[in-house]
Design a protein around this ligand. Structure first.
Ligand code: CP
Ligand code: NVA
Length: 300
């Protein structure tokens, strides 16, 4: 296993399955009142440069449940907010903490943090990647569909952090022109599709992407940090909505995932979200279990 979880492709297929199996076990233990203080005496720093509900609470509670100590570190209060180099912050925090989870803008920034730290760094979302969310999504898909292999996943919307982190699966993505994933990810998608004998289809047409899909995933049109583009994006993404008409093209038992927060009547309609609310809120819960598994694998 790599020291860090910075991007989804830091994990091999076997490592992903190991994490999911441990996550299932931790979920079972939690539901049956079995304590699992696997990280007793360990401390996790949680640096946030962007807002969060799920990531913040699930990492904090997860660390407590594992017997460890989470520290919420707002970048506004840290000296990095006043210009202290990330390299120095990394070297200092490595002497106090056993791991860092960070939510920030730049992927390059967290790669520098990881290079300069002797402790594991976990990506809690960057502009490019959201691996913790995708692990929770995979856990949820397996829970609901009982398998992962062979399922067709369709992603509709922005070629953003969520879309990028899904790449490597049996996947069809539909993004408007100008909002496709960066070339690194599309090249990677084609390369992994060959390697894993799955298909990776890129289209501009949501209808084409969802045909026979088992799982449909969408995300907001304007991510954190893109608030100024929201109006322009509402025009560009018109037609990229997961609604009941689109759902008719997928398999009859298809499920819909959304990492949340959702913008109803933009990327997803209220009725589709509510029809899939048991899946979507299980997905939110699974952030807790999947991340606990990541913490155990990286920090113990
Ligand atoms: N899905 C997700 O990462 O949610 P938060 O932004 O609330 O952490
Ligand atoms: N793509 C969204 C995901 C939020 C969890 C964002 O980056 O804001």
């Amino acid at each position: 296993m790599n020291k860090d979880l910075l991007r989804m492709d830091n994990l091999s297929k076997e490592e992903i399955l190991d994490i999911l199996n441990l996550a299932d076990q931790l979920k079972y233990e939690r539901k049956h009142g079995i304590d699992h203080p696997l990280l007793k005496g360990k401390s996790l720093g949680m640096i946030f440069e962007k807002a969060s509900t799920r990531t913040r609470v699930s990492f904090e509670v997860g660390m407590y449940q594992l017997g460890g100590h989470p520290l919420f570190l707002s970048s506004k209060d840290l000296q990095i907010g006043r210009g202290e180099p990330i390299q120095d912050t990394a070297r200092v925090l490595s002497r106090y903490l056993d791991g860092i989870m960070i939510r920030t803008f730049s992927q390059k920034g967290i790669e520098t943090l990881a290079e300069c730290s002797s402790i594991p760094i976990i990506n809690g979302l960057t502009d490019e990647e959201h691996p913790c969310q995708v692990l929770a999504d995979l856990m949820t898909i397996r829970e609901k569909k009982l398998i992962l292999e062979g399922l067709k996943v369709a992603y509709i919307g922005d070629g953003n952090n969520m879309c990028n982190s899904l790449i490597g699966m049996h996947l069809s993505i539909a993004n408007p022109i100008g909002y496709k994933p960066p070339q690194y990810y599309t090249d990677k998608g084609l390369e992994l599709a060959k390697e894993n004998n799955v298909s990776f289809i890129m289209t501009e047409n949501p209808e084409d992407a969802v045909v026979d899909a088992d799982v449909i995933i969408t995300d907001v049109w304007a991510s954190m940090g893109q608030e100024d583009e929201a109006k322009k994006r509402q025009i560009a993404f018109k037609g990229y909505q997961v609604n009941s008409d689109l759902m008719k093209l997928a398999k009859a038992d298809a499920i819909v995932l959304h990492c949340l927060p959702a913008h109803r009547e933009e990327e997803i309609t209220e009725d589709v979200l509510e029809a899939n609310s048991d899946v979507i809120f299980e997905e939110a819960e699974n952030r807790l279990h999947a991340q606990k598994a990541v913490l155990v694998k990286l920090l113990s």
